[in-house]
Design a protein around this ligand. Structure first.
Ligand code: 3HC
Ligand code: NAI
Length: 696
């Protein structure tokens, strides 16, 4: 056995040389790993006793891709191309032995090995698209040569890995190894290859599948149009398709050249920068600075929920899905029955779509109980209150929870706007009180704002973050302020969207601009979907807002067939002349003079105040990091992920530019545009949000 470098060993097992990589956490292809494989290959090729080679990894996984932290830095060590060349051209057969995940550059290294073997729990894929890239080490040329054009397109544009069993079926691996017995099976395979004098199998020489697709451009067009919606605004999927077209139509070396060129274009573009940023942002959000490593995690084995309304029912499903028993408490039997029925109905709908087995519905429903007695929550580990948004009601409930629940139970509120500290003050144990702000529909939306109160204990925070992971949420820790992080920023955009239509921009123009920016829909289409009559009361309606006026006209949104837009039977939104006139009349009545509003102004008016509000949130320490705000907006509000998030976008646009525009708007339109101090400071010193250290 010999160490090639700090992360690579070469040992011999009879006539087989075993190269093993050990570079935690995921054996990413760093310079040291590349050098290690290259050096070990050289040594193995020179050693006459070695007749075949196995490439295997230590730790939890095979190589999980290029080292993303190296991107953008000057090249060092052996290039990935050199590593692949020495493997592919090796006269001695090389077997890739795969466990964990073989992803991106990791799979591309496996694809230049002559044989591949994996344990059943392994997964293999080319997820580069998720970071705005294409597989840049031959993946676009080699994958279709094995699995065919359609499967390759699907795998590379979705980024989803396949399980080992499927990999075997589609030819991506040659054998399955028993779990725990990978190395022995790989060595045995290598030995068999030598004993049987099998010719080396090089993927680059397997042309049947790509030739079969030659002369069929319709195949690609069909794929493009079938996925047009999914790929909207994204640069990488189209370039992946172009590379696969090249794999079909050109000799492999020309295909590889095109792949290189398009890879570099993506790497230098803004989308990949944003998506790579987001990759790390989403992982960082879980880290809470200042929480001691040994903070005790409280057991959460049972959950109580107050209120079986829209939120209560959705929240309950998260825990049932994770196998955690839930007891719901209501004030009225019919509300309880309705809530329980909604949960069952949701599961049945999922089952109808084939995404849940009928027996699983019963398994989950068996974990659910309900009553009208608060006393039933005496022994639960966590209570989540999801009753009416009313401070008095909530305080009364927390007072009673304080008297009812066992010591140490976590008392959480799902309030979306009320002061959590005031709610906590109704108890004698504010250290146990936290906000768990779910988003509607709570069983679907990934985001969870974990709201830290003034007295919330470290252990309650740490437990809540861990619990969020357990139920599959993306949690972000935020502080107590009106609207917390997400809704507070949304209010800025909403205010400007509403103002813009008073000044002469039409709702469909505002929606179009934000849709083109990458949001799934604009604010007015969204309002129509949610219903304009949320919180509207016919008797008390006073025509004082445009929404009220529209509701009075029975334009209450999609459900009434009309809102800001007209809707046909297929619910297609069509701009409405009547609404245009209504807005004009209303604006006149309110003293606005209308003018032409440019698309650029719409975008800047909607987006820059959001960035500015984000700066205020950071200034006040209501979010730990700028990137946490971005994680909130990507997961809860449809911010296009390829633009990183509002704060990253601000950095990309340039904070000096954002500041200058805010100052201009402030002069023209009023103090609602007053720049945040932090924005002024950062812009003044040429720094970015991403330069800030996390707050405590
Ligand atoms: N480079 C550098 N660091 C990486 C990394 C990579 N490719 N992949 C993961 N990491 C780091 C994470 O940042 C994290 O670091 P932290 O502990 O300091 O926060 C740590 O490894 C563990 O990652 P996760 O928290 O994500 O752990 P999981 O066990 O949940 O997931 C994984 C493991 C499935 C490997 C997941 O990390 C993943 O999907 N990684 C990205 C894989 C990828 O995109 N590969 C393609 C890279 S691009 C490429 O290969 C280009 C080539 O075509 C030329
Ligand atoms: P909802 O009106 O649909 O449900 C509230 C339920 O609470 C009703 O069924 C009611 O009977 C019950 N209830 C009232 N007093 C109770 C008590 N003392 N004990 C037990 N049950 C009681 O309201 P929704 O929309 O579910 O909202 C609940 C909370 O979630 C509010 O604080 C709201 O601000 C918050 N929220 C709402 C979101 C939404 O989109 N609807 C999103 C995020 C948070």
């Amino acid at each position: 056995m010999s160490a090639i470098n700090s992360v690579t060993q070469l040992r011999t097992d009879g006539n087989v040389g075993v190269i093993s990589i050990n570079f935690p956490p995921v054996n990413a292809l760093s310079a040291a790993v590349r050098d290690g494989i290259h050096g070990a290959m050289q040594a193995a090729l020179q050693e006459p006793a070695i007749e075949a080679i196995v490439l295997i990894c230590e730790g939890s996984t095979f190589i999980a891709g290029a080292d993303i932290t190296e991107f953008g830095k000057p090249p060092a060590g052996a290039s990935l191309g050199e590593v692949q060349r020495i493997v592919e051209e090796s006269a001695k057969p090389v077997v890739a032995a795969i466990h964990g995940t073989a992803l991106g550059g990791g799979l591309e290294v496996a694809l230049v090995c002559h044989w591949r073997i994996a344990v059943p729990s392994a997964r293999l894929g080319l997820p580069e698209v998720n970071i705005g890239l294409l597989p840049g080490a031959g993946g676009t040329q080699r994958l279709p040569r094995i699995v065919g054009v359609e499967k390759a397109l699907e795998m590379m544009t979705s980024g989803s890995p396949v399980k080992a069993a499927e990999a075997l079926e589609i030819g991506l691996i040659d054998e399955l190894a028993p779990e725990g017995g990978l190395q022995a099976a790989a060595v045995a395979l290598a030995r068999r290859v030598v004993a049987e004098k099998r010719p080396l199998r090089k993927v680059r020489e397997q042309n049947d599948k790509v030739l079969a697709a030659r002369g069929q451009p319709a195949l690609f067009e069909k794929f493009r149009s079938a996925n047009a919606r999914k790929f909207r605004g994204l640069a990488a999927p189209e370039k992946i398709i172009q590379c696969v077209e090249a794999a079909v139509n050109l000799p492999i070396d020309e295909g590889l050249q095109l792949e290189r060129k398009l890879f570099l274009e993506l790497m230098q573009g803004p989308q990949s920068a944003a998506l790579r940023y987001y990759f790390f942002a989403s992982r960082q959000a879980w880290q809470v600075p200042g929480l001691p490593k040994d903070t005790p995690i409280l057991p959460v084995e049972t959950v109580g929920i107050l209120g079986a309304g829209t939120m209560g029912a959705g929240i309950a499903m998260n825990f049932l899905n994770a196998g955690i028993p839930v007891h719901i408490v209501e004030t009225r039997q019919e509300a309880l029955d309705r809530g329980l029925a909604t949960i069952r109905k949701n599961y049945e709908n999922t089952a109808k779509k084939g995404r849940l087995q009928p027996e699983d519905i019963e398994k989950r429903m068996a974990l659910l109980t309900g009553s009208l007695e608060l006393q039933q929550l005496a022994d639960v580990d966590l209570v989540i209150e999801a009753v009416f948004e009313n401070m008095e009601v909530k305080k009364d409930i927390f007072k009673r929870l304080d008297q009812t629940c066992k010591a140490g139970a976590i008392l959480a509120s799902n309030t979306s706007a009320l002061d959590l500290n005031e709610i906590a003050s109704a108890t004698t144990r504010p250290e146990s009180v936290i906000g768990l702000h779910f988003f509607s529909p709570a069983n679907v939306m990934k985001l969870l704002e974990v709201v830290r109160g003034a007295h919330t204990s470290d252990s309650v925070i740490a437990t809540s973050m861990q619990l969020a992971k357990r139920i599959g949420k993306v949690a972000v820790l935020v502080g107590v302020c009106p609207g917390f992080v997400g809704n507070r920023i949304l209010a800025q955009r909403q205010r400007e969207a509403n103002a813009l239509i008073m000044e002469g921009a039409m709702p469909w123009a505002v929606d179009r601009v934000l849709y083109q920016f990458g949001f799934p829909m604009g604010p007015f289409a969204m309002s129509d979907l949610a219903g304009l009559d949320l919180g509207w009361n016919k008797e008390k309606s006073s025509s004082s807002t445009l929404r009220e006026v529209l509701c009075e006209m029975d334009r209450r949104g999609q459900k009434s067939g009309a809102g800001f837009y007209d809707y046909d039977e297929k619910r297609t939104a069509v701009p409405s002349q009547l609404v245009e006139q209504t807005i004009a009349d209303f604006a006149k009545k309110k003293g606005y003079s209308t003018r032409e509003v440019s698309d650029e102004e719409i975008l800047e008016r909607c987006i820059y105040p959001m960035i500015n509000e984000g700066a205020k949130i950071l200034e006040e320490g209501m979010a730990l990091r700028a990137s946490d705000i971005d994680v909130v907006w990507v997961n809860g509000y449809g911010w296009p992920i390829h633009r990183g998030g509002p704060m990253f976008h601000g950095d990309q646009v340039g904070l000096d530019k954002v500041l200058a525009k805010m100052q201009e708007f402030e002069r023209q339109l009023g103090p609602q545009f007053k720049p945040a101090k932090l924005l002024e400071e950062l812009a003044g010193s040429g720094r970015k949000f991403s330069d800030l250290k996390p707050a405590r």
